[in-house]
Design a binder for this molecule. Structure first.
Ligand code: GLA
Length: 425
């Protein structure tokens, strides 16, 4: 045991550089089984929805045929409950044969043949959260090698059934083991969740050095309450969390639940908008075979996606929480652009919110505004101009904003003719 600990310490000390796999320069996009399909292993009574190779092939087909892939949704991710209860004779994890008769390598080929990538799930500990074989410290290397040999492109490494010391050793060791395979494998760490998600217990500099993304907080459930709890926690702790994010290293507030049962259309827009502001992974967990057009349009909104995928990779912040229960969120983007989200926490009626870009810390000047969900535009919006927007209960107004350069004389002229207050409804 002393010897093993010594080896691990050496590994930790040699971990000085950032996780240098070049992956996820923008947040990952794709689909993951867990929130929608959980640990449904009942292929007898529920063949369409059980965790099996058919489910992942179906989702891969949908991603390719329904326009998702070309928008950037490229990962198909297996979560818990893919494994057999026993490792094979060589000590390797193996898929449950009745549900994955072709094996993971074959599924990876199917997914790669369609220009997509495959994600898989393992757990740092004795068991996965659902009780299947875990990856104890002595199994890290063989599991990394097994995933690489199958052609896996992404690993979600959960942390049930381990203690903080094992986590402190295991998460960096898996990072090294994945790098050592020579296959680029994006690495998602659940470590922060298991130790409270915040400094000083969580070292976000280390996290950025060893993981491409990490789960900070509890699992999302299919409800607006769950979503609001996550949003509150992330933005209440933005001073700790926001600086941790950047190209190749992302906070993960968990899956998109748009298209399921718990969110209204307004609330679905709110999730998309806030996940774009947070530079969060856009990992849907829904049934792509049965998606209504409202949910589809929100998830496929090109401007919301472009804001999420902005190349600067700066996570946004909450600017204001008004007594009126309107909140304002902001994210700086490449080319001096920015995004604003006005969120209503009200439950009465559309609220008329009065503000100006100056009140939201914008530099003096004129701006062009594109409303992300309605498609309407305004040009020549001066920072001093008071405007009014209408925000639906539990909904958002989301703006993409660009400064208007080199049009000074024109805009001055325009402004003289414009009332100093306009309503943007
Ligand atoms: C944990 C994770 C979830 C999911 C389940 C699977 O709760 O946080 O995202 O992976 O385990 O059992």
């Amino acid at each position: 045991m002393r010897l093993i600990a010594g080896t691990h310490l050496f590994a930790l000390i040699s971990l000085t550089a950032a996780l240098d796999n070049g992956l996820l320069r923008t947040p990952p996009m794709g689909w993951m089984a867990w929130e929608r399909f959980r640990c449904d292993i009942d292929c007898h009574d529920d063949p369409q929805n059980c965790i099996s190779e058919d489910l992942f092939r179906d989702m891969a087909d949908r991603l390719v045929e329904d326009g998702w892939k070309e928008l950037g949704y490229e990962y198909v991710m297996i979560d818990d409950c893919w494994m057999s209860k026993l490792r094979d004779e060589q000590g390797r994890l193996q898929p449950e044969p009745s549900r994955f008769p072709g094996g993971i390598a074959k599924l990876a080929r199917y997914i790669h043949d369609r220009g997509l990538k495959l994600g898989i799930y393992a757990d740092m500990g004795t068991h996965t959260c659902m009780g299947l074989p875990g990856t104890t410290l002595d199994k890290i290397e063989i599991d990394a090698q097994t995933f690489a040999s199958w052609g896996v492109d992404y690993l979600k490494f959960d942390g049930c059934y381990s203690n903080p010391l094992e986590q402190m050793l295991g998460y960096p060791l898996m990072s090294l083991a994945l790098n050592a395979t020579g296959r680029p494998i994006a690495y998602s760490c659940s470590w922060p969740v298991y130790v409270g998600g915040l400094p000083p217990v969580v070292n976000y500099t280390l996290m950025g050095n060893i993981c491409n993304l990490w789960r900070n907080y509890f699992d999302i459930q299919d409800s607006w309450d769950s979503l609001q709890g996550i949003v509150d926690w992330f933005f209440n702790n933005q001073d700790d969390l926001q600086p941790a994010a950047g190209p190749g290293q992302w906070n993960d507030p968990d899956m998109l639940i748009i298209g399921n049962f718990g969110l209204s259309l307004e609330q679905s827009r709110s999730q998309m908008a806030l996940w774009a502001i947070m530079a969060s992974p856009l990992i849907m967990s829904n049934d792509l075979r049965n998606l209504d057009n409202g949910a589809r349009a929100i998830l496929q909104n090109k401007v919301a996606i472009a804001i999420n995928q902005d190349p600067l990779g700066i996570q946004g912040r909450r600017l204001l929480q008004e007594k009126s229960r309107i909140e304002v969120y902001w994210r700086p983007l490449a080319n001096s652009a920015s995004a604003l989200v006005f969120l209503s926490r009200r439950s009465d009626m559309p609220y008329l919110y009065h503000t100006s870009l100056a009140k939201l810390n914008y530099n003096p000047g004129n701006y062009g505004v594109y409303d992300v969900f309605t498609g309407s535009t305004v040009t020549g919006l001066n920072t001093t101009t008071l405007f009014t927007i209408s925000i639906n209960p539990s909904g958002v107004v989301m703006w993409y904003i660009l400064p208007e350069h080199s049009k000074k004389t024109h805009t001055h002229h325009h402004l003289h003719k414009t009332a100093s207050h306009f309503t943007f409804l």
